[in-house]
Every structure is written in structure tokens, then in C-alpha cells.
Design a protein around this ligand. Structure first.
Ligand code: THU
Length: 136
């Protein structure tokens, strides 16, 4: 799976977005170490706070299927049908990435010109908060 192919999967996932409140459709595609890809979209709610971002949808789908090791995620989005700006992952999604991924985890963010920007998780979330894990 190449970076460009992962971006393509994220773009396809945008089509599933449920976003009647913001009119922003976001898609994510998460590549696991075992080469499986889990896609996600943003899913909004009339009560707003239950809304979930595309990145977390992809992560939670993957983790709930037993995946624990991840290589890379691609993210893309647009508001009101205009993909004129990159959709950088929000702070909550960065923290969720940090729960399961190390500082070298790759985050690809699609740009308007059909390209993408490439970051590591440590670029996006330096000085990560963490707590020693127990046995559960
Ligand atoms: N959104 C994402 O899906 N990912 C992000 O990283 C930022 C925001 C969604 C949530 C909401 O449905 C819409 O974009 C506007 O905030």
C-alpha cells in the first residue's frame, strides 16, 4: 500500500461522512502493520459533543477488531464541497493516535492540489502526555 493509495482510500471514505451540521465531510484511512486498512468518516450528532472525527472512527474500528500496530494514517476533508484546505487532525485525535502509536507514526494530510503533506506524530503532538500502562 503506497501513500497515494492510502490517500485515495481516505478520499473514498469521505463519501460515507454523516455531517449535516457542519457540512464538512472528512475521511481517514489507517494502515496497520499487517497491511490491513481501516477507513473511517466523521459522524455528527444533533447534540454536537457525541460527534466523532474520521480519524477516531478508523482507529476505533481497527482496535475493536484486534489491531494494535499501525504504520500510517491518511486524512482528507472538505467543507461545503470545497476541498480548499488541508484537514489537520484535531487535538483529541492526535492524543488517540499517541495511545496506540509511537512518535514515528506517519500522518498524511491531503492538500487541495491533489497532493499531501507528510508529518510524524511527534511533529503534530510533541511532549505527549502518557501514563505507564498496567496489565489490562
Ligand atoms: N473533523 C474530523 O473528522 N477530523 C478532524 O481532525 C477535525 C474535524 C470533523 C468533525 C466534525 O464533524 C467536522 O469535521 C467539523 O469539525
Amino acid at each position: 500500500m503506497t501513500e497515494k493509495e492510502l490517500i485515495k482510500s481516505a478520499k473514498a471514505a469521505m463519501k460515507m461522512s454523516y455531517s449535516p451540521y457542519s457540512n464538512c465531510t472528512v475521511g481517514a484511512a489507517l494502515l496497520c502493520d499487517n497491511e490491513k486498512v481501516y477507513c473511517g468518516c466523521n459522524i455528527e450528532n444533533a447534540s454536537f459533543s457525541p460527534t466523532i472525527c474520521a480519524e477516531r472512527t478508523a482507529f476505533f474500528k481497527a482496535v475493536s477488531e484486534g489491531e494494535r500496530k499501525f504504520k500510517m494514517i491518511a486524512v482528507c476533508g472538505e467543507c461545503n464541497g470545497e476541498g480548499d484546505r488541508p484537514f489537520y487532525p484535531c487535538g483529541v485525535c492526535r492524543q488517540v493516535m499517541a495511545e496506540f502509536c509511537g512518535p514515528d507514526f506517519i500522518v498524511l494530510v491531503a492538500t487541495a492540489d491533489d497532493g499531501y503533506e507528510k508529518f510524524t506524530l511527534s511533529d503534530l503532538l510533541p511532549h505527549t502526555f502518557s501514563i505507564e500502562k498496567g496489565s489490562n
